[in-house]
Design a protein around this ligand. Structure first.
Ligand SMILES: *[C@@H]1O[C@H](CO)[C@@H](O)[C@H](O)[C@H]1NC(C)=O
Ligand SMILES: *[C@@H]1O[C@H](CO)[C@@H](O)[C@H](O)[C@H]1NC(C)=O
Ligand SMILES: *[C@@H]1O[C@H](CO)[C@@H](O)[C@H](O)[C@H]1NC(C)=O
Ligand SMILES: *[C@@H]1O[C@H](CO)[C@@H](O)[C@H](O)[C@H]1NC(C)=O
Ligand SMILES: *[C@@H]1O[C@H](CO)[C@@H](O)[C@H](O)[C@H]1NC(C)=O
Ligand SMILES: *[C@@H]1O[C@H](CO)[C@@H](O)[C@H](O)[C@H]1NC(C)=O
Ligand SMILES: *[C@@H]1O[C@H](CO)[C@@H](O)[C@H](O)[C@H]1NC(C)=O
Ligand SMILES: *[C@@H]1O[C@H](CO)[C@@H](O)[C@H](O)[C@H]1NC(C)=O
Ligand SMILES: *[C@@H]1O[C@H](CO)[C@@H](O)[C@H](O)[C@H]1NC(C)=O
Ligand SMILES: *[C@@H]1O[C@H](CO)[C@@H](O)[C@H](O)[C@H]1NC(C)=O
Ligand SMILES: *[C@@H]1O[C@H](CO)[C@@H](O)[C@H](O)[C@H]1NC(C)=O
Ligand SMILES: *[C@@H]1O[C@H](CO)[C@@H](O)[C@H](O)[C@H]1NC(C)=O
Length: 777
């Protein structure tokens, strides 16, 4: 009894305290961390509230038993509960699932609460903080009674899979400061209710479909205290005209992926003079846009003495990526002295990088990928002591980068220069100030020597120096460092010679193709158990393929083409069940295809052409390798009939059995290869850069990976095939290449050959065909 009275009294005191206390704003979301949450295990909880919590728990599904502590009298010490220090009244209910989201990880889903939300919650009359985020309340709506939790300051319902309409009752929460509804499948037709949230400072609605909430922005404009507004990916129509901007206190504004009138930035953006963080990415994928860039130049053409216009020097974060911004980066950018993050990637920015960029001493990320920047990179880039990521991939920059360009880049971790006409000229004794994790320098002139400064880099995870004009041997120190994290190493298309070096390091990708390596494939390679791609093609390697390659169970891409590798294809390769690309062509392999290869059921591309293999076409190819899109046996010693089983390869786009000793009839079932019959198939993306070869028009042409999708080709030429050309071949209407030449085919050319409208090459020469040539069209 006494206890109860105390509580009531204290509740009043509490209310009093709330009204006159101000919560210090330390981070973007001051309530977001758990730091202020305390379990006061020595205060007694209010019985009525304890009952309310128990009833609330009763409605929940709690698979992982997160709420196992919700027993006994002391509800203030229960998991997720915080009470007032003296009154014991529940202030905070934090049931956020803190296991990081991972689609493939059961832990996350197990830890999710679900079920029903009991209205008993309204008996927690002092509740200020409610976090139900990252749980799974699918099938239920946000309850209207939340609108009765009058004292709420913080309400986080993000990523909780709520459905249905959002109840307008939430608009009654006039003390609410933070509202996060992001990542739910709520349908929101009207945002009018937010105008009631007169204390709101942070509103997060990202990933909600606000297409139907036409006046949404006007409603949000009723909130003068707003400092944080996150409308990322809301498809909201962003009004170009607001009669008066109320939310001038905005510090954080994310309008990425919305709908801008005429693809222009609204002029009222200029009135947001306190912006720290502005994100306008991905808003104009299709149209040309001047407005946004005008807006940006407005932001940087600021005049520090006039404070009404574009006072953007407070900006710390500016993301304008994936738009269609034109024009050049103005030199005034140097005045954005607090800028830490600048992302202009994927636009059409022209001109050069102004040297004033060197004044942005706080810059950590400078991301300029895929624009039309030209000229040289200014030397004072090297002054950016905080820079962590510099990315200018795919521009038209020219010139020579010297040690000065990197002079003070102590923090640099990510460097991407790929796709520019740049050269790197540093001394052989250079010790860079940085420890890079990723180096992307494809087609940059780095050679002629192997860069000695790489010796100083101990944190490398990716090194891409393809086509970098590097000659000579890879020095022994390079791969000798024993590092636990795997390295992706791309050194293709250089002039590297000597033996493939001994490896101490584990690798995830090793691409040494198109060099001049000699000797054998070292067995060391097999230590890299995580290797997913091995490309040694187009070198001068000889000897046998090490049996232990079959231990590399993660291998997806194995390219050994165009070497002088000999002996039998090791049957251990049949262990590589994840393999999707296998190129063994243009070597000196002999013997049969190992039967173990029938286990390679994920193979898309299988090329053993131009070897000395002597075998019949094994039935398992058609029966087991059912994903195959590309099969090439050309120029070997395959003999016997063409097995009908090949017709089971319905995804096959290229079948090349030319220049073998195959005999018998052409199977009548090729019309079962649906990829050659219908245009629907072949949508599979081919990712590898490895080029593919086939016979087209009598000469070798290279099909690069991107064009394979389109190629449909059947070549059986230079064998001993007899009989007539089956009518079924004329159903392969997608064929671009049909080569049956140099066989002993007899009879007439089928009339229906005119069906093959896609044909670019047709070769039936050197057979024993007779009769008239049918109309081809
Ligand atoms: C809401 O919770 C999520 C995690 O579930 C968190 O990432 C987000 O920052 C929270 N929102 C606010 C406004 O604190
Ligand atoms: C509860 O514990 C805190 C910290 O240990 C202490 O400061 C406070 O005086 C205690 N209150 C009561 C009522 O015992
Ligand atoms: C709130 O508490 C009162 C008093 O214990 C009780 O009668 C009422 O049913 C509770 N309300 C809800 C919705 O649980
Ligand atoms: C709360 O909001 C709803 C819907 O907007 C409204 O009908 C109701 O009267 C409000 N209740 C209070 C107590 O303000
Ligand atoms: C968003 O909602 C509108 C209707 O309000 C609908 O037409 C549109 O397809 C939705 N967009 C997405 C991505 O679901
Ligand atoms: C600005 O906010 C005030 C107070 O919420 C409101 O009365 C006024 O209509 C708002 N102005 C505009 C243009 O929305
Ligand atoms: C922006 O600020 C200027 C200068 O203070 C003012 O004249 C103008 O009305 C404001 N625009 C809006 C949309 O609030
Ligand atoms: C830059 O940041 C500093 C520290 O946060 C701040 O004191 C200063 O006012 C900012 N400068 C501008 C121009 O906003
Ligand atoms: C850069 O491109 C612009 C046109 O976009 C051109 O006017 C200028 O001459 C070029 N500068 C250099 C150094 O190539
Ligand atoms: C490379 O740098 C050295 C020393 O600074 C210089 O002598 C040489 O001319 C430079 N080479 C190129 C191609 O810029
Ligand atoms: C190799 O780099 C040079 C520039 O150094 C470039 O012109 C050429 O196109 C690149 N070749 C390939 C295949 O990328
Ligand atoms: C070709 O397809 C037909 C119908 O799907 C099937 O009956 C036949 O067995 C197939 N022939 C071969 C050789 O796969």
């Amino acid at each position: 009894m006494e206890h109860h009275l105390l509580c009531t009294f204290s509740s009043l005191l509490l209310l009093f305290l709330f009204l006159f206390s101000s919560i210090p704003v330390t981070s973007q979301f001051p309530f977001g961390s758990n730091k202020q949450a305390h379990n006061y295990s020595n205060v007694s909880c209010v019985e009525n509230e304890r009952q309310a919590l128990l009833q609330f728990k009763h409605g929940l599904i709690d698979e992982s038993n997160r709420l196992s502590s919700w027993i006994g009298e002391e509800c203030c010490s229960w998991e997720g509960i915080s009470c007032h220090k003296t009154t014991g009244s529940v202030l905070k209910l934090d049931l956020r699932n803190t296991v990081p989201f991972d689609d493939s990880d059961d832990d996350y889903f197990k830890n999710c609460l679900g079920g029903q939300l009991s209205p008993s919650l309204v008996n927690l009359t002092n509740l200020r903080y409610l976090d139900l985020s990252s749980n799974i309340f699918s099938g239920i709506q946000v309850p209207a009674f939340f609108g009765l939790l009058k004292n709420l300051r913080y309400l986080n319902l993000s990523s909780a899979r709520f459905d249905g309409e959002i109840p307008h009752h939430l608009g009654n929460l006039s003390h609410l400061r933070y509202l996060d509804l992001a990542w739910n499948s709520l349908s929101i037709k009207d945002l009018g209710w937010v105008a009631g949230l007169s204390s709101l400072e942070g509103l997060v609605l990202s990933k909600l479909n606000l297409t139907a909430a036409q006046d949404g922005l006007q409603s949000i404009n009723m909130l003068p205290s707003l400092t944080t507004l996150d409308l990322n990916a809301c498809e909201l129509f962003i009004h170009p005209h607001l009669s008066h901007v109320n939310f001038t206190s905005l510090a954080f504004l994310d309008l990425s992926l919305n709908k801008f009138n005429n693809y222009r930035a609204p002029p009222w953006l200029r009135n947001l003079t306190g912006l720290h963080d502005l994100r306008l990415g991905s808003n104009s994928l299709f149209d040309s846009i001047h407005g946004l860039f005008d807006q940006m130049t407005c932001l940087v053409h600021l005049n520090l003495s006039s404070n009404h216009f574009c006072n953007a020097s407070s900006l710390t974060y500016l993301d304008l990526s994936w738009n269609n911004l034109q024009g050049s980066i103005p030199s005034e950018i140097g005045q954005l002295i607090n800028l830490t993050y600048l992302d202009l990637s994927h636009n059409n920015v022209q001109g050069s990088i102004p040297s004033e960029i060197g004044q942005l001493s706080k810059l950590t990320n400078l991301l300029l990928t895929r624009n039309s920047l030209n000229g040289t990179i200014p030397t004072n880039l090297g002054q950016l002591t905080k820079l962590q990521a510099f990315d200018v991939r795919s521009n038209s920059l020219t010139g020579v980068l010297s040690e000065d360009h990197f002079a003070k880049l102590r923090e640099l971790k990510y460097l991407d220069l790929t796709g520019n006409s740049l050269a790197l000229n540093v001394s052989s004794s250079w010790v860079p100030p940085f420890q890079l994790q990723e180096i992307w320098m494809q087609s940059i002139i780095v050679g002629p020597r192997f860069p000695a400064w790489l010796r100083t880099q101990n944190e490398l995870e990716v090194l891409d120096m393809r086509n970098a004009s590097i000659s000579g041997a890879i020095p022994s120190w390079f791969l000798s460092k024993n590092k636990s994290f795997p390295l992706g190493l791309y050194l293709s298309h250089n002039f590297l010679a000597g033996h493939i070096p001994q490896l101490q390091r584990v690798l995830s990708v090793l691409a040494l193709n198109d060099n001049r390596f000699t000797g054998t494939i070292p067995e060391d390679l097999c230590k890299s158990e995580n290797l997913s791609e091995l490309d040694l093609s187009n070198n001068l390697l000889s000897g046998r393929v090490p049996l232990c390659l079959g231990n590399l169970r993660d291998l997806q891409y194995l390219f050994l083409a165009n070497n002088s590798l000999s002996g039998q294809i090791p049957s251990s390769l049949g262990n590589l069940w994840g393999l999707s690309y296998l190129h063994l062509n243009a070597n000196k392999f002999v013997g049969k295809l190992p039967a173990s290869m029938q286990h390679l059921s994920n193979l898309l591309i299988f090329d053993v052409g131009d070897n000395g293999l002597k075998d019949t076409i094994p039935a398992w190819i058609g029966e087991k390798l059912s994903e195959l899109m590309f099969l090439r046996f050309q120029s070997n010693n395959f003999h016997g009939p063409i097995s009908d089983t090949l017709c089971q390869l319905s995804h096959l786009q290229v079948l090349n059995l030319a220049h073998n000793n195959l005999s018998g009839f052409i199977p009548r079932c090729f019309n079962n290869i649906t990829a050659m019959v219908s245009g629907q198939d072949g949508g599979l993306a081919i990712e590898s850069q490895q080029s593919l070869q086939d016979i087209k028009g009598g000469r070798e042409v290279e099909y690069d990976a991107s064009s394979l999708e389109l190629v449909k080709s059947l070549s059986l030429s230079a064998n001993n095939l007899v009989g007539e050309i089956p009518d079924e071949i004329m159903e392969l209407v997608q064929l671009q290449v049909l080569n049956l030449s140099q066989n002993h085919l007899t009879g007439k050319i089928p009339d229906k050959i005119g069906n093959l409208k896609q044909l670019e090459t047709l070769d039936l020469s050197m057979n024993e065909l007779f009769g008239a040539i049918p109309e081809l069209i």
